[in-house]
Write a protein that binds this ligand. Sequence first.
Ligand code: ADP
Ligand code: GLC
Length: 495
Amino acid sequence: MKVLHAAAEVYPLVKTGGLADVLGALPEALMAAGADVRLVLPGLPAILEGIDSPKVVCELGAAFGAGRVTLRLGRLAHNQVAAYVVDAPYLYQRPGNPYLAPDGGEWLDNLQRFGLLGWVAAHLAAGELDPDWTPDVLHAHDWHAAMACAYAACHPPTRAGVVYTIHNLAYQGLFDLGDFSLLGLPSRLLVPGGLEFHGQLSFMKAGLKYAHRITTVSPTYAAEIATDAFGCGLDGVIRARGSDVSGILNGVDGTVWNPASDRLIAAPYSDRAPDGKALCKAALQQELGLAVDASAPLFAVVSRLTSQKGLDLVLDALPALLDGAVAGGAQLAVQGNGDPALEMAFAQAAATHPSRVATRLVYDEALAHRMLAGADAMLVPSRFEPCGLTQLYALRYGTVPVVRRVGGLADTVVDADEAAVLDGRATGFMFGPATPAALAQALAQAVSAYRQPALWRRLMLRGMAQNFSWAAAAGQYMALYREISPGAEARTLSA
Ligand code: ADP
Ligand code: GLC
Protein backbone atom coordinates (compact mmCIF):
# COMPACT_ATOMS: atom_id res chain seq x y z
CA MET A 1 0.00 0.00 0.00
CA LYS A 2 1.69 3.20 -1.18
CA VAL A 3 0.38 6.29 0.59
CA LEU A 4 1.15 9.93 -0.14
CA HIS A 5 0.39 12.42 2.66
CA ALA A 6 -0.02 16.05 1.62
CA ALA A 7 0.25 18.64 4.38
CA ALA A 8 1.65 22.06 5.23
CA GLU A 9 3.23 21.23 8.60
CA VAL A 10 5.43 18.49 10.00
CA TYR A 11 6.98 18.28 13.45
CA PRO A 12 9.75 19.26 14.20
CA LEU A 13 10.34 21.37 11.09
CA VAL A 14 7.18 23.50 10.82
CA LYS A 15 4.57 23.48 13.58
CA THR A 16 1.74 25.79 14.50
CA GLY A 17 -0.31 23.13 16.30
CA GLY A 18 -1.28 19.49 16.56
CA LEU A 19 -1.40 19.00 12.77
CA ALA A 20 2.41 18.98 12.77
CA ASP A 21 2.52 16.39 15.55
CA VAL A 22 0.22 14.13 13.52
CA LEU A 23 2.38 14.38 10.39
CA GLY A 24 5.44 13.82 12.56
CA ALA A 25 4.18 10.51 13.90
CA LEU A 26 1.48 8.93 11.71
CA PRO A 27 3.76 8.14 8.70
CA GLU A 28 6.08 5.97 10.78
CA ALA A 29 3.12 4.20 12.42
CA LEU A 30 1.71 3.46 8.94
CA MET A 31 5.09 2.18 7.84
CA ALA A 32 5.18 -0.12 10.86
CA ALA A 33 1.77 -1.38 9.68
CA GLY A 34 3.26 -2.23 6.30
CA ALA A 35 2.58 0.87 4.20
CA ASP A 36 5.09 2.59 1.93
CA VAL A 37 4.61 6.22 2.95
CA ARG A 38 5.83 9.48 1.47
CA LEU A 39 4.94 13.07 2.28
CA VAL A 40 4.56 16.06 -0.01
CA LEU A 41 5.31 19.37 1.65
CA PRO A 42 5.66 23.03 0.63
CA GLY A 43 9.27 24.19 0.31
CA LEU A 44 9.21 26.49 3.34
CA PRO A 45 12.73 27.39 4.53
CA ALA A 46 12.69 25.03 7.54
CA ILE A 47 11.46 22.16 5.39
CA LEU A 48 14.12 22.61 2.71
CA GLU A 49 16.73 22.72 5.47
CA GLY A 50 15.33 19.68 7.25
CA ILE A 51 15.48 17.28 4.29
CA ASP A 52 18.52 15.02 3.89
CA SER A 53 20.15 14.83 0.43
CA PRO A 54 17.22 15.99 -1.68
CA LYS A 55 17.35 15.03 -5.36
CA VAL A 56 15.51 16.71 -8.22
CA VAL A 57 12.52 14.61 -9.31
CA CYS A 58 11.45 17.05 -12.01
CA GLU A 59 11.48 20.69 -13.00
CA LEU A 60 7.91 21.99 -13.22
CA GLY A 61 8.89 25.35 -14.65
CA ALA A 62 6.74 28.40 -13.97
CA ALA A 63 3.45 27.78 -12.16
CA PHE A 64 1.00 29.54 -9.82
CA GLY A 65 2.90 32.81 -10.15
CA ALA A 66 6.25 31.26 -9.30
CA GLY A 67 8.95 31.61 -11.93
CA ARG A 68 10.51 28.28 -11.06
CA VAL A 69 9.04 25.22 -9.37
CA THR A 70 11.25 22.21 -8.70
CA LEU A 71 10.04 18.96 -7.16
CA ARG A 72 12.65 17.39 -4.91
CA LEU A 73 12.68 14.09 -3.01
CA GLY A 74 14.69 13.44 0.13
CA ARG A 75 14.23 12.12 3.64
CA LEU A 76 13.20 13.98 6.78
CA ALA A 77 16.46 14.28 8.70
CA HIS A 78 15.00 13.24 12.06
CA ASN A 79 13.12 10.07 11.10
CA GLN A 80 14.15 9.27 7.51
CA VAL A 81 10.58 9.32 6.18
CA ALA A 82 10.63 10.04 2.43
CA ALA A 83 9.34 13.49 1.52
CA TYR A 84 8.74 15.35 -1.72
CA VAL A 85 9.30 19.07 -1.36
CA VAL A 86 7.71 21.61 -3.69
CA ASP A 87 10.57 24.05 -4.06
CA ALA A 88 9.06 27.33 -5.31
CA PRO A 89 11.11 30.17 -3.79
CA TYR A 90 8.75 32.89 -4.98
CA LEU A 91 5.89 31.34 -2.98
CA TYR A 92 7.53 29.68 0.00
CA GLN A 93 10.92 31.23 0.73
CA ARG A 94 9.57 33.35 3.60
CA PRO A 95 10.41 33.35 7.29
CA GLY A 96 7.98 32.80 10.16
CA ASN A 97 4.48 31.38 10.25
CA PRO A 98 3.51 29.28 7.21
CA TYR A 99 0.12 30.96 6.80
CA LEU A 100 0.56 34.47 8.17
CA ALA A 101 2.65 37.44 7.12
CA PRO A 102 4.66 39.34 9.75
CA ASP A 103 1.76 41.83 10.12
CA GLY A 104 -0.45 38.98 11.37
CA GLY A 105 -2.67 38.88 8.26
CA GLU A 106 -2.83 35.96 5.83
CA TRP A 107 -0.20 35.91 3.09
CA LEU A 108 -2.00 37.55 0.17
CA ASP A 109 -1.08 34.72 -2.19
CA ASN A 110 -2.16 31.80 0.00
CA LEU A 111 -4.48 30.66 -2.80
CA GLN A 112 -1.49 30.17 -5.11
CA ARG A 113 0.77 28.83 -2.32
CA PHE A 114 -1.61 26.09 -1.24
CA GLY A 115 -3.21 25.62 -4.65
CA LEU A 116 0.23 24.61 -5.90
CA LEU A 117 0.69 22.16 -3.02
CA GLY A 118 -2.60 20.45 -3.93
CA TRP A 119 -1.79 20.50 -7.65
CA VAL A 120 1.56 18.79 -7.12
CA ALA A 121 0.06 16.22 -4.73
CA ALA A 122 -2.66 15.35 -7.26
CA HIS A 123 -0.22 15.00 -10.16
CA LEU A 124 2.04 12.80 -8.04
CA ALA A 125 -1.05 10.72 -7.28
CA ALA A 126 -1.77 10.45 -11.00
CA GLY A 127 1.74 9.07 -11.52
CA GLU A 128 2.77 11.98 -13.71
CA LEU A 129 5.62 13.59 -11.81
CA ASP A 130 7.62 10.67 -10.44
CA PRO A 131 7.65 7.68 -12.82
CA ASP A 132 9.23 5.55 -10.06
CA TRP A 133 6.49 5.88 -7.47
CA THR A 134 2.71 6.16 -7.85
CA PRO A 135 0.66 6.08 -4.66
CA ASP A 136 -2.42 3.89 -4.16
CA VAL A 137 -3.82 6.47 -1.76
CA LEU A 138 -3.55 10.24 -1.61
CA HIS A 139 -4.21 11.49 1.91
CA ALA A 140 -4.64 15.27 2.20
CA HIS A 141 -4.73 17.13 5.52
CA ASP A 142 -6.72 20.29 6.29
CA TRP A 143 -7.58 23.08 3.86
CA HIS A 144 -3.91 23.66 3.03
CA ALA A 145 -3.78 20.42 1.05
CA ALA A 146 -7.48 20.04 0.25
CA MET A 147 -7.29 21.24 -3.35
CA ALA A 148 -5.43 18.00 -4.12
CA CYS A 149 -8.85 16.29 -3.86
CA ALA A 150 -10.39 18.57 -6.52
CA TYR A 151 -7.44 18.25 -8.90
CA ALA A 152 -7.46 14.46 -8.50
CA ALA A 153 -11.22 14.25 -9.12
CA CYS A 154 -10.87 16.34 -12.29
CA HIS A 155 -8.11 14.17 -13.66
CA PRO A 156 -9.39 10.83 -15.00
CA PRO A 157 -6.00 9.04 -15.14
CA THR A 158 -5.82 9.22 -11.33
CA ARG A 159 -6.24 5.74 -9.90
CA ALA A 160 -5.35 6.59 -6.31
CA GLY A 161 -8.04 6.59 -3.66
CA VAL A 162 -8.36 9.96 -1.95
CA VAL A 163 -8.75 10.55 1.80
CA TYR A 164 -9.23 13.97 3.33
CA THR A 165 -8.70 14.58 7.04
CA ILE A 166 -10.27 17.56 8.80
CA HIS A 167 -8.08 18.61 11.70
CA ASN A 168 -10.06 21.77 12.29
CA LEU A 169 -13.23 22.73 10.41
CA ALA A 170 -12.97 26.33 11.59
CA TYR A 171 -10.03 27.09 9.30
CA GLN A 172 -11.44 26.73 5.80
CA GLY A 173 -9.17 28.48 3.31
CA LEU A 174 -11.65 31.00 1.89
CA PHE A 175 -10.66 33.17 -1.08
CA ASP A 176 -12.15 35.59 -3.59
CA LEU A 177 -14.21 33.84 -6.24
CA GLY A 178 -12.47 36.03 -8.79
CA ASP A 179 -9.18 34.23 -8.11
CA PHE A 180 -10.62 30.85 -9.09
CA SER A 181 -9.13 31.17 -12.58
CA LEU A 182 -5.63 31.08 -11.06
CA LEU A 183 -6.19 27.43 -10.11
CA GLY A 184 -6.60 26.03 -13.63
CA LEU A 185 -9.72 24.05 -12.74
CA PRO A 186 -12.92 23.73 -14.82
CA SER A 187 -15.45 26.46 -14.05
CA ARG A 188 -18.21 23.88 -13.45
CA LEU A 189 -16.64 23.41 -10.00
CA LEU A 190 -17.50 26.97 -9.10
CA VAL A 191 -21.05 26.25 -7.93
CA PRO A 192 -22.58 25.83 -4.47
CA GLY A 193 -22.52 22.06 -5.06
CA GLY A 194 -18.78 22.41 -5.69
CA LEU A 195 -16.19 24.83 -4.34
CA GLU A 196 -18.36 27.89 -3.82
CA PHE A 197 -19.24 28.77 -0.25
CA HIS A 198 -21.51 31.80 0.25
CA GLY A 199 -19.92 33.84 -2.49
CA GLN A 200 -16.38 32.74 -1.72
CA LEU A 201 -14.07 30.01 -2.93
CA SER A 202 -13.55 27.32 -0.27
CA PHE A 203 -10.53 25.03 -0.24
CA MET A 204 -12.08 23.05 2.61
CA LYS A 205 -14.99 22.14 0.33
CA ALA A 206 -12.59 20.56 -2.16
CA GLY A 207 -11.82 17.94 0.49
CA LEU A 208 -15.42 17.59 1.62
CA LYS A 209 -16.85 17.20 -1.90
CA TYR A 210 -14.18 15.32 -3.81
CA ALA A 211 -12.34 12.94 -1.46
CA HIS A 212 -13.55 9.32 -1.49
CA ARG A 213 -13.42 9.25 2.30
CA ILE A 214 -13.39 12.01 4.91
CA THR A 215 -11.98 11.52 8.35
CA THR A 216 -11.58 13.74 11.33
CA VAL A 217 -9.52 13.23 14.45
CA SER A 218 -12.04 11.90 16.97
CA PRO A 219 -15.35 10.05 16.79
CA THR A 220 -17.19 12.71 18.80
CA TYR A 221 -15.99 15.56 16.56
CA ALA A 222 -17.03 13.49 13.52
CA ALA A 223 -20.58 13.47 14.91
CA GLU A 224 -20.45 17.10 16.06
CA ILE A 225 -19.47 18.56 12.67
CA ALA A 226 -22.64 17.12 11.17
CA THR A 227 -24.60 19.52 13.41
CA ASP A 228 -25.39 23.19 13.06
CA ALA A 229 -23.60 24.00 16.33
CA PHE A 230 -20.20 22.69 15.22
CA GLY A 231 -20.49 22.54 11.42
CA CYS A 232 -19.10 26.03 10.70
CA GLY A 233 -21.71 26.35 7.93
CA LEU A 234 -20.61 23.07 6.33
CA ASP A 235 -22.71 20.64 8.37
CA GLY A 236 -25.09 20.11 5.44
CA VAL A 237 -22.19 19.21 3.15
CA ILE A 238 -20.85 16.84 5.80
CA ARG A 239 -24.23 15.23 6.45
CA ALA A 240 -24.62 14.65 2.72
CA ARG A 241 -21.47 12.49 2.77
CA GLY A 242 -23.14 10.12 5.24
CA SER A 243 -21.00 7.14 6.16
CA ASP A 244 -18.05 8.40 4.10
CA VAL A 245 -17.23 10.50 7.18
CA SER A 246 -15.60 8.87 10.19
CA GLY A 247 -13.49 9.75 13.22
CA ILE A 248 -10.08 8.23 13.94
CA LEU A 249 -8.50 9.32 17.20
CA ASN A 250 -4.96 10.73 17.14
CA GLY A 251 -2.21 9.07 19.15
CA VAL A 252 0.79 10.10 21.22
CA ASP A 253 4.32 9.90 19.86
CA GLY A 254 6.05 8.10 22.71
CA THR A 255 9.48 8.97 21.36
CA VAL A 256 8.74 12.67 21.94
CA TRP A 257 6.29 12.55 24.86
CA ASN A 258 7.46 10.13 27.54
CA PRO A 259 8.36 11.33 31.05
CA ALA A 260 10.65 8.34 31.55
CA SER A 261 12.96 9.32 28.70
CA ASP A 262 12.24 13.05 28.24
CA ARG A 263 15.56 14.92 28.28
CA LEU A 264 13.84 18.28 28.39
CA ILE A 265 12.46 17.88 31.93
CA ALA A 266 14.15 18.30 35.33
CA ALA A 267 13.91 14.64 36.34
CA PRO A 268 12.59 11.53 34.62
CA TYR A 269 9.69 9.63 36.13
CA SER A 270 7.18 6.92 35.30
CA ASP A 271 4.08 5.30 36.74
CA ARG A 272 6.31 2.83 38.56
CA ALA A 273 8.72 5.50 39.82
CA PRO A 274 6.67 8.73 39.93
CA ASP A 275 8.85 10.65 42.41
CA GLY A 276 10.67 12.70 39.75
CA LYS A 277 7.43 14.57 39.11
CA ALA A 278 7.78 16.48 42.39
CA LEU A 279 11.23 17.66 41.27
CA CYS A 280 9.78 18.75 37.93
CA LYS A 281 7.11 20.73 39.78
CA ALA A 282 9.59 22.50 42.05
CA ALA A 283 11.83 23.28 39.07
CA LEU A 284 8.91 24.70 37.12
CA GLN A 285 7.68 26.82 40.02
CA GLN A 286 11.18 28.20 40.42
CA GLU A 287 11.65 28.83 36.70
CA LEU A 288 8.35 30.69 36.47
CA GLY A 289 8.88 32.71 39.64
CA LEU A 290 5.95 31.07 41.40
CA ALA A 291 6.07 30.29 45.12
CA VAL A 292 7.95 26.99 45.37
CA ASP A 293 5.27 25.17 47.29
CA ALA A 294 4.70 21.43 46.90
CA SER A 295 1.27 21.69 48.51
CA ALA A 296 -0.19 24.29 46.11
CA PRO A 297 -1.99 22.59 43.21
CA LEU A 298 -0.37 23.89 40.02
CA PHE A 299 -2.69 24.17 37.00
CA ALA A 300 -1.18 24.74 33.56
CA VAL A 301 -2.27 25.81 30.10
CA VAL A 302 -0.17 25.12 26.98
CA SER A 303 -2.17 26.37 24.05
CA ARG A 304 -2.71 28.60 21.11
CA LEU A 305 -4.55 31.59 22.56
CA THR A 306 -7.68 31.60 20.38
CA SER A 307 -11.39 31.65 21.13
CA GLN A 308 -11.51 27.91 20.22
CA LYS A 309 -9.57 27.07 23.36
CA GLY A 310 -12.02 28.70 25.82
CA LEU A 311 -9.26 30.37 27.82
CA ASP A 312 -11.42 33.40 28.53
CA LEU A 313 -13.28 31.00 30.85
CA VAL A 314 -10.03 30.46 32.76
CA LEU A 315 -9.63 34.22 33.18
CA ASP A 316 -13.18 34.48 34.48
CA ALA A 317 -12.73 31.52 36.82
CA LEU A 318 -9.37 32.79 38.10
CA PRO A 319 -10.73 34.37 41.30
CA ALA A 320 -12.27 31.02 42.24
CA LEU A 321 -8.99 29.25 41.53
CA LEU A 322 -6.90 31.66 43.55
CA ASP A 323 -9.19 32.62 46.42
CA GLY A 324 -12.33 30.49 46.23
CA ALA A 325 -13.51 28.61 49.26
CA VAL A 326 -12.72 25.21 47.73
CA ALA A 327 -10.27 25.78 44.94
CA GLY A 328 -8.37 28.54 46.71
CA GLY A 329 -4.62 28.39 47.08
CA ALA A 330 -3.93 27.07 43.62
CA GLN A 331 -1.36 28.35 41.14
CA LEU A 332 -1.76 28.89 37.39
CA ALA A 333 0.93 28.77 34.68
CA VAL A 334 -0.02 29.78 31.14
CA GLN A 335 2.09 29.23 28.05
CA GLY A 336 0.84 30.35 24.68
CA ASN A 337 0.46 33.13 22.19
CA GLY A 338 -2.10 34.42 19.74
CA ASP A 339 -5.07 36.68 20.44
CA PRO A 340 -3.62 39.99 21.75
CA ALA A 341 -6.53 40.54 24.16
CA LEU A 342 -5.98 37.14 25.80
CA GLU A 343 -2.22 37.70 25.88
CA MET A 344 -2.73 41.00 27.65
CA ALA A 345 -5.25 39.60 30.13
CA PHE A 346 -2.99 36.70 31.15
CA ALA A 347 0.02 39.02 31.41
CA GLN A 348 -2.07 41.29 33.62
CA ALA A 349 -3.14 38.37 35.83
CA ALA A 350 0.52 37.39 36.30
CA ALA A 351 1.48 40.97 37.16
CA THR A 352 -1.29 41.13 39.76
CA HIS A 353 -0.47 37.76 41.39
CA PRO A 354 3.25 37.24 40.69
CA SER A 355 3.79 34.34 43.08
CA ARG A 356 0.63 32.51 42.00
CA VAL A 357 0.10 33.19 38.30
CA ALA A 358 2.83 32.98 35.64
CA THR A 359 2.43 33.76 31.96
CA ARG A 360 4.85 32.97 29.15
CA LEU A 361 3.61 34.42 25.85
CA VAL A 362 5.93 32.30 23.76
CA TYR A 363 5.96 29.35 21.44
CA ASP A 364 8.61 27.12 22.98
CA GLU A 365 8.63 23.36 22.54
CA ALA A 366 11.04 22.66 25.44
CA LEU A 367 9.05 24.82 27.86
CA ALA A 368 5.91 22.90 26.85
CA HIS A 369 7.59 19.68 28.06
CA ARG A 370 8.58 21.31 31.38
CA MET A 371 5.01 22.58 31.83
CA LEU A 372 3.52 19.15 31.09
CA ALA A 373 5.88 17.48 33.54
CA GLY A 374 5.83 20.12 36.29
CA ALA A 375 2.12 20.90 36.53
CA ASP A 376 -0.32 18.90 38.63
CA ALA A 377 -3.25 19.49 36.29
CA MET A 378 -3.69 20.64 32.69
CA LEU A 379 -6.58 22.91 31.66
CA VAL A 380 -8.19 22.39 28.25
CA PRO A 381 -11.57 24.17 28.44
CA SER A 382 -12.11 24.30 24.67
CA ARG A 383 -15.32 25.49 23.04
CA PHE A 384 -14.66 22.85 20.39
CA GLU A 385 -11.76 20.45 20.06
CA PRO A 386 -11.35 18.12 17.06
CA CYS A 387 -9.01 15.85 19.03
CA GLY A 388 -6.66 17.77 21.28
CA LEU A 389 -3.19 16.48 21.95
CA THR A 390 -2.21 18.38 25.10
CA GLN A 391 -4.65 16.40 27.25
CA LEU A 392 -3.20 13.19 25.81
CA TYR A 393 0.33 14.34 26.65
CA ALA A 394 -0.91 15.42 30.10
CA LEU A 395 -2.32 11.95 30.79
CA ARG A 396 1.00 10.46 29.82
CA TYR A 397 2.84 12.82 32.20
CA GLY A 398 0.57 12.13 35.17
CA THR A 399 -0.81 15.67 34.86
CA VAL A 400 -4.52 15.35 35.48
CA PRO A 401 -6.58 16.96 32.68
CA VAL A 402 -9.48 19.31 33.41
CA VAL A 403 -11.40 19.53 30.14
CA ARG A 404 -14.69 20.51 28.60
CA ARG A 405 -16.91 17.63 27.47
CA VAL A 406 -16.53 18.21 23.76
CA GLY A 407 -14.89 16.58 20.70
CA GLY A 408 -11.77 14.55 21.31
CA LEU A 409 -11.62 15.72 24.91
CA ALA A 410 -14.83 13.80 25.63
CA ASP A 411 -13.37 10.73 23.91
CA THR A 412 -10.09 10.64 25.82
CA VAL A 413 -10.71 11.75 29.41
CA VAL A 414 -12.85 9.84 31.93
CA ASP A 415 -14.52 12.26 34.34
CA ALA A 416 -13.97 11.60 38.03
CA ASP A 417 -17.65 11.32 38.83
CA GLU A 418 -18.62 9.13 41.72
CA ALA A 419 -19.03 5.93 39.71
CA ALA A 420 -15.77 6.34 37.79
CA VAL A 421 -13.83 7.09 40.97
CA LEU A 422 -15.33 4.05 42.67
CA ASP A 423 -14.46 1.63 39.90
CA GLY A 424 -11.08 3.24 39.24
CA ARG A 425 -11.70 4.38 35.64
CA ALA A 426 -11.43 8.14 36.29
CA THR A 427 -8.54 10.02 34.67
CA GLY A 428 -9.57 13.69 34.90
CA PHE A 429 -12.31 16.26 35.35
CA MET A 430 -14.92 17.31 32.82
CA PHE A 431 -17.44 20.11 32.68
CA GLY A 432 -20.32 20.70 30.30
CA PRO A 433 -21.53 24.26 29.72
CA ALA A 434 -18.92 26.70 28.39
CA THR A 435 -19.36 28.99 31.39
CA PRO A 436 -16.95 30.26 34.04
CA ALA A 437 -19.22 28.79 36.74
CA ALA A 438 -19.06 25.29 35.24
CA LEU A 439 -15.29 25.50 34.89
CA ALA A 440 -14.95 26.85 38.44
CA GLN A 441 -16.90 23.88 39.71
CA ALA A 442 -14.60 21.43 37.89
CA LEU A 443 -11.60 23.30 39.28
CA ALA A 444 -13.01 23.03 42.78
CA GLN A 445 -13.49 19.29 42.29
CA ALA A 446 -9.92 18.97 41.04
CA VAL A 447 -8.48 20.90 43.99
CA SER A 448 -10.54 18.90 46.44
CA ALA A 449 -9.24 15.66 44.86
CA TYR A 450 -5.71 17.06 44.98
CA ARG A 451 -6.11 17.49 48.72
CA GLN A 452 -6.78 13.71 48.98
CA PRO A 453 -3.36 12.31 48.05
CA ALA A 454 -4.46 8.70 47.62
CA LEU A 455 -7.26 9.69 45.24
CA TRP A 456 -5.03 12.05 43.26
CA ARG A 457 -2.37 9.39 42.91
CA ARG A 458 -4.95 6.94 41.57
CA LEU A 459 -6.09 9.49 38.98
CA MET A 460 -2.49 10.16 37.93
CA LEU A 461 -1.53 6.53 37.62
CA ARG A 462 -4.69 5.63 35.74
CA GLY A 463 -3.99 8.46 33.30
CA MET A 464 -0.37 7.39 32.83
CA ALA A 465 -1.53 3.87 32.04
CA GLN A 466 -3.72 5.03 29.12
CA ASN A 467 -2.45 3.99 25.74
CA PHE A 468 -3.40 6.38 22.95
CA SER A 469 -1.14 4.80 20.40
CA TRP A 470 -0.46 5.76 16.82
CA ALA A 471 -0.40 2.04 16.04
CA ALA A 472 -4.13 1.86 16.76
CA ALA A 473 -4.84 4.88 14.55
CA ALA A 474 -2.62 3.50 11.78
CA GLY A 475 -4.58 0.25 11.81
CA GLN A 476 -7.82 2.16 11.25
CA TYR A 477 -6.34 4.29 8.46
CA MET A 478 -5.01 1.15 6.76
CA ALA A 479 -8.48 -0.40 6.81
CA LEU A 480 -9.87 2.78 5.24
CA TYR A 481 -7.12 2.85 2.59
CA ARG A 482 -7.93 -0.72 1.62
CA GLU A 483 -11.56 0.25 0.98
CA ILE A 484 -10.61 2.84 -1.62
CA SER A 485 -7.30 1.80 -3.14
CA PRO A 486 -7.30 1.07 -6.91
CA GLY A 487 -9.42 -1.93 -7.72
CA ALA A 488 -11.56 -1.61 -4.60
CA GLU A 489 -15.27 -1.48 -5.33
CA ALA A 490 -16.47 1.15 -2.92
CA ARG A 491 -15.36 4.14 -4.96
CA THR A 492 -17.75 6.34 -6.77
CA LEU A 493 -16.79 9.95 -7.07
CA SER A 494 -15.58 12.29 -9.71
CA ALA A 495 -15.98 15.96 -10.32
P1 ADP B 1 -4.23 22.63 18.25
O1 ADP B 1 -3.66 21.83 17.13
O2 ADP B 1 -5.66 22.99 18.06
O3 ADP B 1 -3.40 23.81 18.60
P2 ADP B 1 -3.56 20.29 19.89
O4 ADP B 1 -3.82 20.04 21.33
O5 ADP B 1 -3.94 19.24 18.95
O6 ADP B 1 -4.26 21.70 19.55
O7 ADP B 1 -2.02 20.51 19.63
C1 ADP B 1 -1.31 21.57 20.15
C2 ADP B 1 0.16 21.27 20.01
O8 ADP B 1 0.87 22.49 20.02
C3 ADP B 1 0.73 20.45 21.15
O9 ADP B 1 1.85 19.73 20.71
C4 ADP B 1 1.15 21.55 22.14
O10 ADP B 1 2.13 21.12 23.04
C5 ADP B 1 1.68 22.57 21.18
N1 ADP B 1 1.66 23.96 21.66
C6 ADP B 1 0.60 24.79 21.75
N2 ADP B 1 0.99 26.00 22.18
C7 ADP B 1 2.32 25.93 22.36
C8 ADP B 1 3.32 26.86 22.78
N3 ADP B 1 3.00 28.11 23.11
N4 ADP B 1 4.60 26.43 22.83
C9 ADP B 1 4.92 25.16 22.50
N5 ADP B 1 4.03 24.25 22.10
C10 ADP B 1 2.75 24.62 22.01
C1 GLC C 1 -6.24 20.67 15.08
C2 GLC C 1 -7.22 20.60 16.23
C3 GLC C 1 -6.77 19.70 17.36
C4 GLC C 1 -6.16 18.42 16.84
C5 GLC C 1 -5.06 18.73 15.84
C6 GLC C 1 -4.39 17.49 15.27
O1 GLC C 1 -5.32 21.67 15.21
O2 GLC C 1 -7.56 21.89 16.72
O3 GLC C 1 -7.86 19.40 18.19
O4 GLC C 1 -5.64 17.65 17.91
O5 GLC C 1 -5.59 19.44 14.77
O6 GLC C 1 -5.29 16.63 14.63
